[in-house]
Design a protein around this ligand. Structure first.
Ligand SMILES: Cc1cc2nc3c(=O)[nH]c(=O)nc-3n(C[C@H](O)[C@H](O)[C@H](O)COP(=O)(O)OP(=O)(O)OC[C@H]3O[C@@H](n4cnc5c(N)ncnc54)[C@H](O)[C@@H]3O)c2cc1C
Length: 402
């Protein structure tokens, strides 16, 4: 949508093909229906939030940065915006539909022809210059230039099912392996109903590949029926997806008390024991953790919940502290594309000119958005990639034709 609008404003006659019955089906779901459209951080800080190929985005980010995006929506489209925790920018209305409607209005004003229910099934070279687009239904369409912005493979129900990568392949491009990312982790240990829905606010999740630490994330974690989700599990999945995709199992360690060193935690537990020596261990746990997690932790650490605190041996105390500081879990898989916020992989950046988004292999073919091999963390950074690369592709069509 951003690429089509920009190209139309540059004076091109533009047709946007969308296979769905409406525009922006995925955009509608973003930010839990509220659309976290970008981030308020300095644009120079965005690169650290991009997991793969951040440098490729230099021209795109600086050419149409987060300020330009917020100006576009708030000033030009009159959609008031607000900034929340972590610099996340949302429409004040909390409705992603406002962002979609604003784009639709701008597309109409710029006289972009929008053809809904129109799946493009093939793109072929059409003579010396230009392309022939083949549709599922109807006549083929001739275009002088094409922007492929067909998304990744995640949440296929929104239309981004990955089938469009075949079109890029047919024109000579390659596609790096596609993996689900920003995706819940499936663990070997199933706590099912006992923990599903439980959120922990300030914990640290560390992922190991053998002895190597893959990543360590601090923040909010959510237990699901099959494993772990929430911001830190999703972020960690960016590093784990490739290995899990190869069928590897990865050791996870959960620090449930990251603010306390082992010594401080020992002091805290000794104080509790001294205050209530005749109480059972199971009554101590809710003072340290949510009740359901306390029960699971004692079971996993093989500590009898009825043990009186005064009879807790030093060894048992150390086992308890060990479980609180490094609760072990094993990741065996991700929840897959169906639940992945983003796709890791796509058209290799070395096949695209970063200054224009034009294919280095096929003149007149441009790429934008998630189909490029760039993916970022949550916080509005993935949509910023889509806006910036879409803008740059739309602007560059003109330059490439001069
Ligand atoms: C649940 C969820 C929440 C998210 N929340 C956020 C968030 O809050 N902030 C953020 O920054 N990012 C978020 N993301 C990521 C963000 O939505 C994507 O990075 C972004 O939408 C990518 O834009 P795109 O235009 O490249 O692809 P898409 O938005 O996927 O659009 C591609 C379009 O191409 C169409 N299409 C595909 N193939 C064809 C074809 N052959 N013919 C015609 N049309 C075709 C599809 O139907 C689709 O409409 C979220 C993702 C998900 C799944």
């Amino acid at each position: 949508m951003m690429a089509a609008l920009t190209a139309a404003e540059a004076g091109h006659s533009v047709t946007l093909f969308e296979k769905n019955e409406k525009l922006g089906k995925k955009l509608f779901l973003t930010g839990k229906g509220r659309c976290n459209l970008t981030n308020d951080a300095d644009i120079s800080d965005f690169f650290a939030e991009v997991e793969r190929n951040p440098k490729f985005l230099y021209s795109a980010f600086y050419g149409f940065d987060n300020r330009a995006v917020t100006d576009f929506f708030s000033e030009r489209c009159h959609v008031p915006l607000k900034t929340e925790r972590g610099g996340r920018v949302f429409p004040v209305s909390d409705h992603s539909s406002d962002i979609i409607r604003a784009l639709e209005k701008e597309l109409a004003k710029a006289l972009v022809t929008v053809r809904l229910h129109t799946a493009v099934t093939a793109i072929e070279r059409d003579g010396e210059s230009g392309f022939r687009l083949v549709m599922e239904k109807g006549k083929p369409f001739h275009a002088n230039a094409v922007v492929l912005a067909t998304g990744g493979k995640s949440y296929p129900t929104t239309g981004a099912d990955g089938t469009a990568f075949a079109m890029a392949r047919s024109l000579g491009h390659t596609v790096t392996p596609l993996l689900p990312s920003l995706v819940p982790l499936v663990t070997e240990e199933h706590f099912g109903e006992r923990l599903a829905g439980l959120t922990l606010k300030n914990v640290t999740l560390t992922i190991y590949d053998g002895r190597k630490t893959l990543c360590s994330e601090f923040g909010e974690l959510l237990f699901t029926h099959t494993g772990l989700s929430g911001p830190i599990a999703l972020k960690a999945s960016c590093r784990a997806a490739e290995r899990l995709g190869d069928g590897k199992k990865l050791a996870l360690s959960l620090d449930l008390k990251p603010a306390l060193t082992e010594e401080k935690l020992t002091e805290r537990i000794l104080r509790e024991i001294e205050a209530t020596p005749n109480q059972a261990l199971k009554t101590l746990m809710p003072r340290l953790l949510p009740k359901s997690l306390g029960e699971v932790l004692l079971e996993a650490a093989s500590l009898p919940p009825q043990t009186r605190l005064h009879s807790l041996t030093k060894e048992m105390r150390q086992t308890l502290i060990g479980a609180l500081k490094a609760f072990p879990l094993t990741a065996v898989d991700t929840a897959g594309f169906r639940e992945a916020i983003i796709t890791n992989g796509g058209i290799p950046v070395k096949e695209i000119d970063p200054a224009t988004m034009e294919s280095k292999l096929v003149p007149g073919l441009f790429f934008a958005g998630e189909m490029i091999d760039c993916d970022a963390h949550t916080g509005g950074f993935n949509l910023q990639i889509a806006w910036s690369t879409g803008r740059l592709a739309g602007e560059s069509i003109k330059r490439s034709e001069k």
